[in-house]
Design a protein around this ligand. Structure first.
Ligand code: CO
Length: 211
């Protein structure tokens, strides 16, 4: 009888062996450098694995995941990942990928106090409040939750554009391109919902003039 975690280690050995069989220099090459073209900001949900659903290989995609794929401007973790991806790795594209049926978004629509996560979900409640009148035209609760998933992704793309990190890269290097996507748990398909090209103007109150 093997432990569930021992199975992970066995699978890992099998995977590593297979990689080398397919490509002798696989690990040698990747151990020197990573040059991913994409930064992925996705939900922590175990059903939305960034590399699997996009068919990307190790080295191709830099990943940050949190509950409900949020870009919170006081989140040191996200900001560190973002700055490193933009300034050092020089990614060309940033993808914020939400997913229908997101538990975080669902919880934010409810009124249960859930402890420390309340503070995180507050950011989604703010998105709800901004779009409240439109959201409440939809009477089906599942559909309203899916609407909020899409609106939340759009809002997080906006939040990226509000950072000096993005504005500076746009000004001097005409990158990265921002993409808002939503993944369907039911069919495995990703639906693009918005995008922002380098240099896009946002609400002037958020634009810095001394970068
Ligand atoms: Co989720």
């Amino acid at each position: 009888m093997i432990n569930s975690y021992d199975k992970l280690l066995l699978e890992n050995k099998a995977w590593a062996t297979e990689q080398v069989q397919l490509d002798t220099d696989f690990f040698k090459r990747l151990s020197h450098i990573q040059t991913p073209e994409f930064l992925w900001i996705g939900c922590s949900d175990s059903r939305v694995p960034a590399d699997k659903i996009t068919g990307t290989q190790p080295g191709e995609i830099f990943v940050h995941r949190n509950i409900a794929n949020m870009v919170v401007h006081t989140d040191l973790n996200l900001l560190s990942v973002l700055e490193y991806a933009v300034q050092v790795l020089k990614v060309k594209h940033i993808i914020v990928c939400g997913h229908y049926g997101c538990g975080g978004v669902r919880a934010a629509m409810g009124n249960h106090s859930l402890g420390i996560i309340n503070k995180w979900l507050r950011n989604i409640k703010d998105v709800y409040r901004i779009h409240q009148s439109n959201l409440e035209k939809e009477t089906n609760e599942d559909k309203r939750a899916d609407m909020l998933v899409e609106l939340n992704v759009k809002e997080q793309i906006m939040n990226l554009a509000k950072t000096s990190i993005i504005q500076k890269a746009w000004k001097y290097e005409q990158r990265p391109h921002l993409h808002g996507w939503v993944y369907g748990l039911n069919d495995g398909i990703i639906k693009p919902v918005c995008e922002m090209e380098p240099g896009t103007h946002i609400d002037p109150i958020y634009e810095y003039d001394n970068l």
